[in-house]
Design a protein around this ligand. Structure first.
Ligand code: HEC
Ligand code: HEC
Length: 575
């Protein structure tokens, strides 16, 4: 029986853990007479050889434990890392890569299953609420992200064994989280006459996970039948957002590897729309399960390597995701690639707002196949905006000069170029009334001595009040990023707060915060080293209107500069 064999494996290799398991593991809920759950046969000789000494295949080719769960590539990779660090697996990196590839392709996720958990692989720091089960949320996100949980599929027995694994390796988990060392909480909701559900949250969570994330799903059955190598070679437009710098536009050329249908090399060129800075990168990528792009690319210059995590659309016409780096994967760009055909495509503009009455304004339009013979009449921004002339034009970028009438209607405008369009490409406004700092709070971590630093990036956004003249109302007109002067102010949390002297440096021009070192700082009282919290303040010169002088606009965000993440239950970056 699968369960028996798996536990024997654990017993044989780790006696101390076996005791913990025997004492605490719940009985798998399937009755002993129940038919064993079916797994997925593993036919690959590399996997059989690398894992089979401990995970013996049965007569159907099902390997204990492994055949009974499905994972993202990252999920399989961490499993193998754990086998190596805790269970005595010894494996060559090249073999491990082959195992990850086979398992991700044959015991992977379908696109519909991977999408809701994409943020986990994309290493996004988000506030995630798992509405489907408060028990699973409360029990399973105490140490690591719930993304790790919802990006797996398992049989009921495997979900039970996962909990047994937690109890075995981390014996305090029962008291601290799973059972909270007391009786189960009362089921207050049982007012309708049904017997109250007084099980422990862990038991309810397990029930939920086994029902919601089973090994066999219609999505996986359908996808694994339809799955094939995605033919991604060709030219793609790239549009994206780099926090702090704004939109990026360019192109990526994907070249197939003749030796391997799932491997590609890339070369990309893109511009930061606002600054015009050009970046070129080259890289390599592997596509798992027919749709999960995992790549790595670098530009010239130090620390320029980015990991690329994207989901390829089913039609092979677009892919979307995040390219990232940083000690905590905190620096990254959101990207979307779309296949370039023969048609003109407008991606966006360098400027995202134009003031009413302004003349001779140059706008750079980024796109593909914009043509070299663009005429003013090919460019349309709606009533009140006259395209006076085309300043320059090339396939990927065109510069046009426009005049905005004094009485042009304020609001977002769609941009049409030779039959292609971009909705809400830029806004017409009369004055900038308010600014906001995004995000409105952020966390950074001191580092650099022993642990990496976690940086924080802020942006200043401009707004016009719109027709009602009031800020923060639905008719506000968003003007895009504005150049701000950045500074820090004390966030009064303690008496004689002096945090701004210690926490680190906020770049005055770019809004990027770099924390100070994590080592002891003897210059500071109270053994507080360099941690603290501060206001991050943006200041922007407003517009002079109707003879009234320009006022300085101000906005702020809360920045918490805290200690390094000493215990990481997360797969580390830079693998
Ligand atoms: C030297 C013995 C050994 C080898 C080789 C080994 N494992 Fe394991 N594996 C174990 C033990 C012991 C357990 C049970 C304890 C645990 O989960 O850590 C286990 C459990 C597992 C589990 C279940 C963990 C969970 O999620 O609950 C998976 C999956 C797994 N191994 C995958 C692999 C893969 C893939 C390979 C081959 C690359 C491999 N193992 C090679 C010893 C081994
Ligand atoms: C006490 C802290 C803690 C709690 C609470 C916790 N985990 Fe974990 N979990 C860990 C650690 C530590 C690892 C192993 C890290 C590694 O190997 O990368 C892990 C690994 C995992 C993995 C990936 C490893 C594998 O074998 O596939 C999954 C899935 C997982 N936990 C699910 C859960 C679920 C479901 C719950 C709630 C029922 C939960 N965790 C609650 C600490 C915790």
């Amino acid at each position: 029986m699968i369960t028996g064999r798996a536990l024997t494996v654990a017993f044989a290799f780790v006696p101390a853990i076996a005791i913990a398991l025997a004492a605490q593991a719940p009985q798998p809920s399937a009755a002993p007479t129940a038919k064993p759950e079916e797994g997925i046969a593993i036919t690959d000789a590399t996997v059989q050889k690398a894992c089979g000494t401990c995970h013996r295949p049965d007569d159907k080719g099902q390997m204990s434990r492994i055949s009974f769960q499905r994972n993202t590539p990252e999920g399989w990779q961490t499993q193998i890392q754990r086998m190596a660090s805790l269970n005595g697996l010894s494996i060559e990196p090249a073999t491990a890569r082959q195992v990850v590839k086979y398992l991700s392709d044959h015991l992977g996720l379908a696109p519909e299953e991977a999408k809701p958990a994409a943020w986990e692989a994309e290493r996004r720091l988000i506030d995630f609420t798992y509405a489907a089960s408060a028990d699973a949320e409360g029990t399973c996100n105490k140490c690591h992200s719930l993304g790790r949980v919802i990006s797996q599929r398992r049989t009921r027995t495997e979900w039970d064994l996962l909990i047994a694994m937690h109890r075995g390796w981390y014996p305090l988990v029962d008291n601290q989280v799973f059972r909270r060392s007391g009786p189960p909480p009362r089921d207050a909701a049982a007012t309708d006459g049904r017997p109250p559900d007084n099980r422990h949250p862990i038991e309810k969570a397990l029930d939920h996970l086994a029902k919601t994330f089973p090994l066999k799903t219609p999505e996986w059955t359908a996808w694994s039948a339809n799955m094939r190598s995605a033919r991604l070679e060709g030219t793609w437009t790239l549009s994206g957002w780099e926090p702090g710098k704004g939109a990026i536009y360019g192109r990526v050329v994907v070249t197939a590897d003749p030796a391997n249908p799932d491997e590609f090399t890339t070369s990309s060129t893109y511009r930061s729309a606002r600054s015009g800075e050009t970046i070129t990168r080259t890289g390599r990528a592997i596509v798992y399960t027919g749709f999960q792009w995992r790549g790595r690319s670098s530009a010239s210059g130090p620390d320029s390597t980015l990991r690329e995590v994207m989901l390829v659309d089913r039609d092979w016409r677009s892919m979307e995701g995040r390219w990232f780096t940083g000690g905590y994967d905190e620096l990254g760009v959101d990207v979307k690639l779309e296949r370039v055909g023969a048609e003109t495509r407008v991606l966006g503009t360098d400027r995202t707002a134009l003031r009413r009455g302004a003349t001779g304004q140059e706008i750079r339009i980024y796109g593909a196949n914009l043509g070299t013979s663009l005429r003013p009449s090919d460019v349309d921004l709606g009533r009140g905006i006259t395209v006076a002339r085309v300043v320059s034009t090339a396939a990927d970028v065109a510069t046009v000069a426009v005049d905005v009438a004094k009485d042009a209607a304020v609001g977002a405008r769609d941009l049409f170029v030779a039959g292609s369009s971009r909705s809400k490409a830029l806004a017409i406004y009369d004055r900038i009334d308010t600014i906001k700092v995004k995000p409105d709070w952020a966390m950074a971590r001191v580092g650099g001595d022993t642990f990496p630093k976690m940086l924080a990036q802020f942006e200043a956004w401009g707004y016009s009040n719109g027709a009602d003249g009031k800020p923060d109302s639905p008719d506000d007109i968003e003007l895009g990023l504005v150049d701000a002067a950045w500074s820090m102010e004390e966030y009064a949390a303690t008496y004689h707060d002096d945090d701004i002297k210690f926490v680190g440096v906020l770049n005055e021009a770019t809004g990027r915060f770099t924390p100070n070192g994590d080592g002891p700082n003897l210059a500071r009282s109270g053994q507080r080293n360099n941690i603290g919290d501060v206001w991050v303040v943006a200041k922007v010169a407003g517009d002079a209107v109707d003879g009234k002088p320009a006022a300085t606009l101000r906005a702020r965000a809360h920045l918490l500069v805290t200690v390094p993440l000493y215990m990481r239950f997360e797969p580390m970056g830079g693998r």
